[in-house]
Design a protein around this ligand. Structure first.
Ligand code: WQD
Length: 322
């Protein structure tokens, strides 16, 4: 049985990845600085170390104390807008953190890495669905830091035999269980729920895009599906000398209005969304090409938009009622 360290494992995505790795028969250790994660999300019996991934000494200690075989690296800042306002903080936390982790891994001879990247590396795509070979032209410091992280993994892989897979997440939503929902109100679905809780109309940022209904199209992926992609990537890193980046999406786009309609259907009433001005930097459409991850990892998504919205609403409602 292999043992994997999950950095950011007390977070929304990380806590799902931890459970999926355990379910796949691997042992897990969690490292998280709790800047946005919650210790309560770490399952009983799983070793938890509260530390900053950029703290090389602490990370080296964990790698050696627990005889870590591989690392799933999720710990990073991920709010696009915030990265525009605080680029140096994003480079410090996302790039320095990755660099420090790779140095600690090399010093401890840990040779497997699954790295959390993002569709933000593509910026405004030239075409959809977006293949992994598309030009990486990020349009935010956040997206830039994700590209640099991939470069670091690729360079270290070529120099040292690190077996690595970067997973380029599209739009993550949903909850594997009510206690693991996304409580950071940074993305469409929780933003709609927050507006409804305040008795406000949710906003559609622009309905004059060149899309069938005029609203932006995104490729939403259930966080439970995303977690299973990490277990597939870990298995691949264990069995091969991997050096790959894969999109993680459904390969299917949903417009903002379709998401609003799905939320209305799930909660049983019309959310009465209002059209607001466009938001800077939003590409009209962004959907994943998904052939490569199926071909190489044998992974494909299982859950649809309705399952994402229903599970997100169930988790949101459960939290509100506490
Ligand atoms: C989705 C769509 C908005 C809120 C970002 C990052 C990406 C990844 C996921 C980290 C857009 C519209 C939103 C609202 C709206 N994060 N919207 N009303 O911008 O596609 O992707 O988060 O990896 O890197 O870029 O996600 O959820 O913010 O927006 O109309 O109240 O919903 O304009 O078209 P986005 P999002």
């Amino acid at each position: 049985m292999t043992t994997w360290l999950v950095t950011g494992g007390a977070g929304y995505i990380g806590s799902h990845v931890v459970r999926e790795l355990l379910a796949s028969g691997r042992a897990v250790v969690v490292l998280d600085d709790l800047s946005s994660g919650h210790a309560s999300r770490v399952p009983a019996g799983v070793a938890f170390v509260q530390a900053d991934v950029a703290d090389g000494q602490a990370v080296t200690q964990v790698l050696q104390d627990h005889a870590i075989d591989g690392v799933v690296h999720l710990a990073a800042k991920k709010a696009v807008g915030e990265s525009v306002e605080q680029p140096l903080r994003y480079y410090r936390e996302n790039v320095d953190g990755m660099l420090s982790l790779l140095e600690a891994m090399a010093a401890s001879n840990v040779t497997r890495l699954v790295y959390s990247s993002s569709a933000a590396v593509y910026g405004s795509p030239e075409r959809n669905p977006i293949p992994e070979t598309a030009t990486l032209q990020p349009e935010s410091p956040y997206g830039e830091t994700k590209v640099v992280g991939e470069w670091l993994a690729a360079a270290q892989g070529a120099a040292s035999g690190l077996s690595w897979v970067a997973l380029r997440y599209f739009n993550v939503a949903g909850a594997g269980s009510d206690d693991l929902g996304d409580d950071s109100v940074n993305n469409l679905i929780p933003m709609v729920f927050a507006a409804l809780d305040k008795g406000e109309s949710p906003q559609i940022f622009g309905d004059d895009y060149p899309t069938p209904d005029g609203t932006c199209i995104r490729d939403y992926i259930h966080v439970a599906d995303l977690a299973s992609a990490h277990a597939a990537a870990a298995a691949y890193c264990e069995a091969h000398q991997a050096a790959d980046a894969f999109n993680v999406g459904r390969g299917e786009g949903s417009s903002v209005r379709e998401v609003m309609n799905t939320i209305s259907a799930v909660i049983g009433r019309d959310v009465q969304a209002q059209v607001a001005p466009r938001r800077m930097g939003d590409p009209p459409a962004s959907t994943a090409a998904t052939e490569q991850i199926l071909l190489t990892l044998g992974w494909k998504s299982q859950l649809d938009l309705e399952a994402m919205v229903a599970s997100a609403w169930s988790s949101w409602s459960a939290h509100r009622s506490r």
